[in-house]
Design a protein around this ligand. Sequence first.
Ligand SMILES: [Zn+2]
Length: 218
Amino acid sequence: MVVVVDNYSVEPENKFKTGKIAGFDFGLKTFLTCSNGTQIESPQFFKQSLNAIRKASKSHSRKLKGSANRERARKNLVRKHEDISHARRDWFWKLAHDLTNKFDVLCFETLNLKGMQRLWGRKISDLAFAEFLKILEWVAKKKGKQVVYVDRWYPSSKTCSHCGHVLESLDLSVREWCCPSCHQVNGRDENAAKNIQTVGASTVRLGDVRQVIPAVAV
Ligand SMILES: [Zn+2]
């Protein structure tokens, strides 16, 4: 016990403040579902800015090549792209701060960006999960919080978070399912987030063990 406290006093960044851990599931309509049931919707302005880009892009392609009008339209299109990426990054920073204030350990599934792109088309890059995670990792490091990744081959959606029963298959369109073993009704995203939290928590416990060892050696 004393050893652990010593360790913390040397490395204050290892000291967790809220004592809370959460798992998160990324989605398209809902940006993040938290294991505590909270849902974080994708902001509406993402969609609105996309429409603005589409309009600016159309206007640009209609202008005569080499004309001053086309150059003006090109600059306008670039500006629109910058606007949306700024707004998105701003929202990501705020969300990252908010989540790291609420939780000490944040668990996510490793992203398979290529696979998701094939599955869902361009939407996935619009939401830019990877960009968000990069920001979150940076903020977490600064605040001494931990971002933990769970292997994406772990069946987080198909496993019942209540009893551990694993379904053989679960169609992407199924938003809610009743567990055949324990009859618990599982909301798809929340159930996945809970499983991600459970697996993430087991990883962190291993991490704590490793942290104590060097302190003992000192
Ligand atoms: Zn069950």
